[in-house]
Ligand binder design. Structure first.
Ligand code: DQA
Length: 142
């Protein structure tokens, strides 16, 4: 069974982007780690990043046929995207929301998530480890 990992805008710059907030691990480091941890847990993964909201919507729809769950770090779209919210609602299988930083300890505009109401749960503030925690959470649930 396959888990889709979807990453939103600017996460392609992880490693150099605001390292005091996001750390120095790159998105491909995170992908490699997820691939190992998921394999140990008996999952295959599809791991993607896009800076385009509509592309993320298309991938959520693609996942309806191909995935048992979605792990999503929607990045800034977390706080704005009713389109991602609606697409995840249509997905109708477990969604885990991940953020590297603790969005609740940051600017107020980051406190609200439009993904949270359609997620099983949220993992925020643990850096790249959050992606691994999401796999453990799905393993326990599926
Ligand atoms: C983020 C938090 C968002 O507020 C921000 O826009 C991001 C990354 C995180 O992983 O901490 O791009 O989703």
């Amino acid at each position: 069974s396959t888990i889709y990992f979807l990453n939103g805008p600017n996460l392609n710059t992880l490693g150099t982007r605001e390292p005091e907030i996001y750390g120095t691990t790159t998105l491909s480091d995170i992908e490699a780690r997820c691939r190992d941890v998921a394999a140990d847990a008996g999952f295959e993964i599809v791991f993607r990043q896009s800076n385009h909201e509509g592309e993320l919507v298309d991938w959520i729809h693609e996942a309806r046929e191909r995935a048992v769950a979605i792990v999503i770090n929607a990045a800034a779209y977390t706080h704005t995207s009713l389109a991602l919210h609606d697409a995840l609602r249509v997905f109708a299988k477990p969604v885990v929301e991940v953020h590297l930083s603790n969005i609740h300890a940051r600017e107020e505009i980051r406190h609200k998530s439009l993904i949270a109401p359609v997620a099983v749960g949220m993992i925020a503030g643990f850096g790249p480890v959050g992606y691994e925690l999401a796999i453990a959470a799905l393993k326990a649930r599926l």
